[in-house]
Write a protein that binds this ligand. Structure first.
Ligand code: GUN
Ligand code: ZN
Length: 489
């Protein structure tokens, strides 16, 4: 094994990991971004990539292979000399060109041999990216091709070089899951979810989440997972929370060429900016006006650098959030930046069983700052777990005070969105949550879901629920055997 992956800390389905790349004698921290280095157009040099935070880069073996001067240099002096980067280098195979132009001049055997000859650390076979919304029949046919390409790459004598297993499957979760499981059977070093670029370009973040979750279910939790072609900092927190460890993108350079300035809330146009709202070295040393007046090359270089700085700053923030156990709070903040990201976050919460399987049981604190927080995995886990807590035959669940609960064997707090909370758990995670004073309708309904689950689990107990003026719409689904008391009456 050339790559070894170790997970250190976990939050939602995101994790902080260490990826050891033995051929480059280095260990990189994940989640991270691999900036795309275009061997023909070097916007910024490799030293600047490192100082912005890049620990590994990716380039395209197909472009090098088909450009005679680069090919010669790569074969004679090695890939590191072409790219000018000292750390580990991953190479793509030309599949993206295949998807874009419909045809390329190499097959997996040829391009894997070439990747091995030039000293790639992590190589990619020629997978077949299937566009979103393709038919099931087409997607299955394409998957067959990708599976054969992986099998071929894994059967070759390529020494220590690591091999990526691409996971395709269009927008069909069942096929993504199957493709993940099929790729895993080949025991690749790394797995990469493909053909998400068209989803990202059209802001289809909810489907991106479905694709990631399905692929991850097929792959299992132990392996490192890369998201091909994803590199906008606005979506890192969401994609990490869904389970991705590595990203790669040319976005920093492509956007810079168009005068576009990346932020964690989206993309701005330098020409329309009065002030640079960022504390990276570029933005501290320049003004919007000075960058607009600079030469096109200099402007592009400085914008690309800024774009990289914000990307790596966001990845550090994501890692810090995982360590602190508040990654979902960060996702929630980012979801306020764009409605499509909010769709993505809601879709992630809808995969509650998947999240619960990965999420760690105890974290620092639960901050309820949105409607969506009511659907977080911690709430579902709490409601499932408390059904197992023993209780008496006369039970009071109240928003009020348990000290006045004479006549009841058991008194629990009624706490939106968690629902019934035993007194003994009030100071424990997650029910020691910091929540707004006024619960919303959605939070009360979620709390009543919890009551319903508890009542169903204890058919021989009699339940009384005391609330402060909750509207009938939040109470409707409670069985008529439960006595309801409105404390405001
Ligand atoms: N780059 C962006 N998307 C893809 C993909 O689906 N496959 C490969 N190999 N590279 C990509
Ligand atoms: Zn900046």
């Amino acid at each position: 094994m050339t790559l070894t992956f170790e997970t250190r800390l976990q939050d939602a389905a995101g994790r902080i990991g260490r990826l050891a790349v033995s051929t480059a004698d280095s260990v990189i921290q994940t989640p991270t971004l691999l900036p795309v280095v275009n061997p023909n157009i070097q916007t910024i040099d490799a030293n600047d990539l490192s100082s912005a935070g890049a620990e590994m880069v990716i380039t395209n073996a197909y472009i090098i292979y088909t450009t005679p001067s680069l090919r010669e240099q790569a074969l004679e002096e090695g890939l590191r000399s072409v790219v000018g980067f000292d750390g580990p280098i991953m190479t793509d195979s030309g599949s993206f060109q295949l998807a874009t132009y419909g045809d390329i001049d190499v097959d997996t055997t040829e391009i894997i041999e070439f990747q091995s000859a030039i000293g790639t650390d992590i190589a990619t076979p020629v997978d077949l990216p299937t566009a979103p919304d393709a038919s099931v029949a087409q997607t299955e046919e394409d998957l067959q091709h990708t599976d054969e390409a992986i099998a071929r790459a894994m059967s070759m004598e390529t020494g220590e070089m690591a091999i990526t297993g691409p996971v395709q499957g269009s927008t069909h979760p069942t096929l993504r899951r199957r493709a993940g499981a099929a790729a895993r059977k080949h025991a690749c070093d790394l797995y990469a979810i493909g053909a998400v670029v068209p989803l990202l370009n059209s802001y289809r973040y909810a489907e991106m989440v479905d694709v990631i979750v399905a692929a991850k279910e097929g792959l299992g939790p132990a392996v490192p997972v890369h998201l091909f072609g994803a590199g906008h900092p606005m979506m890192f927190a969401l994609a990490v929370a869904a389970g991705c460890d590595l990203f790669d993108s040319a976005a920093y350079a492509l956007y810079a060429r168009d005068g576009r300035y990346l932020t964690v809330a989206g993309t701005a146009h330098l020409a329309e900016m009065d002030t640079l709202p960022c504390e990276c070295p570029v933005c501290l040393e320049h003004t919007s006006a000075s960058l607009q007046m600079a030469s096109p090359e200099e402007r592009e270089r400085q914008l690309a650098l800024h774009n990289l700085y914000v990307s790596f700053a966001e990845l550090r923030r994501v890692r810090a959030a995982i360590a602190a156990g508040d990654l979902l709070e960060l996702v929630e903040q980012r979801a306020r930046g764009h409605p499509a990201l909010l769709d993505g976050y809601r879709r992630l919460l809808a995969h509650v069983e998947y999240l619960e399987r990965h999420d760690r049981a105890s974290k620092g604190g639960f901050f309820g700052v949105s409607q969506e927080a009511a659907s977080r995995p911690e709430v579902h886990r709490h409601q499932r777990r408390v059904t197992a807590v023993p209780m008496g035959s006369e039970v009071l669940i109240t928003e009020g005070d348990c000290s006045a609960s004479g006549g009841y064997d058991t008194c629990w707090r009624l706490m939106p969105p968690f629902g019934p909370v035993p007194m003994a758990l009030q100071d424990s995670y997650p029910t020691n949550a910091t929540l707004p004073q006024d619960a919303t309708e959605a939070e009360r309904r979620m709390a009543m879901d919890g009551v319903r689950r508890l009542v169903a689990a204890h058919p021989s107990s009699r339940f009384t629920v005391a609330h402060h003026g909750w509207p009938p719409s939040t109470l409707a689904a409670i069985s008529s055997d439960v006595v309801m008391i409105d404390l405001t009456d």
